[in-house]
Structure formats: structure tokens, C-alpha cells
Design a protein around this ligand. Sequence first.
Ligand code: SF4
Ligand code: SF4
Length: 413
Amino acid sequence: MLYRTVPKTGDNLSILGFGCMRLPSTRTGGIDEERATRQIRHAIDGGINYVDTAPVYHLGKSEQVLGRALAGGYREKVRIATKLPHWSVYERADMDRILDAQLKTLQTDHIDYYLLHSLGRSSFEKLRGLGVLEFLDAAKRDGRIRNAGFSFHDNLSAFREIIDAYDWQFCQIQYNYLDEQNQAGTEGLRYAAQKGLAVIVMEPLRGGNLAGRIPPSIQKFWDEAPLRRSPAEWGLRWVWDHPEVTVVLSGMNDEAHIDENLRVADSALPESLSGDEHVLIGRVRDEYRRLMKVGCTGCGYCMPCPAGVDIPGCFASYNSHALFPHDRTAKFQYIGRHGGLIGDRSHAGLCRQCGKCAKACPQHLPIPSLMKDVSKEMEGMMGVAVPVLRGVLWCVNRAGRVRRAITGETPHA
Ligand code: SF4
Ligand code: SF4
């Protein structure tokens, strides 16, 4: 296992992190705890020292399973990363209450890497208004957390603003060879590294899509490569080739994949891909782009939209859906991110056809008419799904408040 150093602290982290968002499941849909525990411990025995979870993963069960899996001496061998869900925070006391509950669930007295989960501009502003930066300072002072960071899903300018707003030790971004100019992208990666932040990468294989069912015209490129590597290995090596990357998270739940990833993490040094290998990956990227419906590069020149549409974000989901129609994740993510479930509404259906964006687009995309296509394809169920999901979230939060009122449980001051 190779390790890379966190610039601000000197902490050495394994370049492969274990993501606990897709743990192996039983036939009835719960976590197969025995198998998950075996896998987590096997990965730690193989050199992994960074494990990542969140309250929302597996509907709250991921933290519980991880806490138990790390018993018997494994806790001491790893850094635990978990996250504060901004959608469950209504006041400052919620932050302390959630963190204290996480410490209990994870059976530890501190979280090594604590993230504000899935930040964008508006969610960060909301949390900041509620005192989240003071909360992070206090939690670091009293030892409940060691390092403060955030995970991110918005555009580059929002990323820079959040980076500049606090003395973060690390951040977590979506990054893979298809997302060089999407969300934080390569420019954001370099910006964070220049500021001394460790960068944790999520979705190195776009939720497994770059390694699962591969379109035939893409597979042809991989088959013709002089070196036989799986699409997953090519994808991971591409991310690790960037010296600015510290840890790559993989949501692993299959023993063979864990062993393959551990093997690759033994030799994936920064800048170790050859020029020819970069050319090959570039061809694969070009082919993916050819297959995509919209040639949006994610540059953001069309933004901001006066109607509030996240134009590159909508196109990214639309393209993911077109490339991998068998996978419904893109539609769910679209509804979650753009439908107003988490943060402000920014979906294509808000477009007023003003045409301002099209004048600014270097790719000369007919954005207003494309917005109609995106809305038609992606928003069929949104009118029903968003109120229902919002209601579910409200009930879950409300139930917690009622329980605390009955039991007399008080939030940490
Ligand atoms: S045409 Fe639509 S997407 Fe483009 S700027 Fe106007 S409202 Fe926004
Ligand atoms: S300007 Fe064009 S290419 Fe750039 S993000 Fe907007 S739609 Fe995409």
C-alpha cells in the first residue's frame, strides 16, 4: 500500500480509502454485517488506514456496522471519516447533538476526519449562518474531531468560495477522467492542493459506471491496449496519477474488487502513467463524450442563469443517464440535487428561454432548447417525488425531536 501525506498535518493516509456507502447486502436489502466486517478488516490488514462513512449511508446503518467492525483493535489502525448532514441541521445545537451521537455509534471518542456533507453554495451559507465554523473550532478544541473538511457538489466558483472561507485540513470532491471540468474539476483539485488541503476523491469510477457495463465502442479501446488492465484499474490509476490527490475512496463490497484495488494501490505512484497511456485514456474519454447527448464541458461560462438553473449540473446528469440508461442513479441524483430536495431548486424546468446562456457558451450549444429536452427526460416524476421525499425527511427529523422531548435527552451545549 502506498501512502500520501496530508500537507497541513503530516498525517500519512493510504492512497486507497474504504468507502462504506455500498457495503454488501443481504437478500432482504440490509447490510450483510458478517461479510462487511470481514471485508473491512481484510482491507485494513492490507494497509488501508482511511475509512469513510456518513449518517445517510444505508439509512443510518453504515456508521453502526463500521463502529462494530472496528472493535478488537481495528479502530486504532484507522482514521475514521464521517459527515454532518446539513439537511438535518436547523440550529447550532443540532450539530453537537449529531456529532455526539456519531461518536457513540462509531464507539470512539473522536472522529479523525469530519466533513460537512455534500456542500454547495446555499447549504454552506445556511450552515455558516447557524454557526458551523464556530462549531468546528469548538469540536477541534475539545478533541471530538481532529480535522475539519467538507464534501462538495456544486460549481467551481462555489468551491473556491468555500475553500477560502475557513482553515480546512481537507476536502472531498468527485473526480474521474470524465469529470475533469465538472463540479470542482481539475482546477478545483489544484486550487485546494495549492492551499495545502488534502484532497479525498469520491466517485473515481462514477459510482462504478466506468467499471461496470462498458459500452462496446469503449471496451474496444481497452482491449487494444498493450497492457491488459481492467477498466477499473485504468480509472483508478488515472486519478492516482495526480500528485494533488491524497486518498481515493472506493465503495467496495466484493472480495475480488477489494483485492484488485489493494494490488493497484501498491504501485499507483503520482505521474506514473506514460504519455501513451494518457493518450489511450484520452481516446476513451473522447468516445464517452461522443456517446453523450450534450457536448457540455462543464466550463460554467453560461452561469449564473437568471432563473436559477444549474446548467452544467443538469447536463452532467442528463449525459450520465444517456450513457448508462440501465442505471437509475442519475435520475435520483438529478431530483435530489436540482429538484430542491437538498438546497435550492436548479432544474431545467425552471428555464425561461431567455437565451442569455447560449450567447456565452464556447461550445455553441443551443442551451434553451436542450433545457426542454432535459426537463422532459429527467423530470417526469419530480413533481411527486420531491414532496414525498421531503415529507419522509421531515418525518425522520420530527421523530427524532419528539423522541428527545419524551426521553428528556438534551443536545450537547
Ligand atoms: S435560457 Fe434558460 S437556462 Fe439559459 S439563462 Fe435563460 S433561463 Fe437560464
Ligand atoms: S458554457 Fe456551454 S459548455 Fe460551458 S458549462 Fe455552459 S453549457 Fe456547458
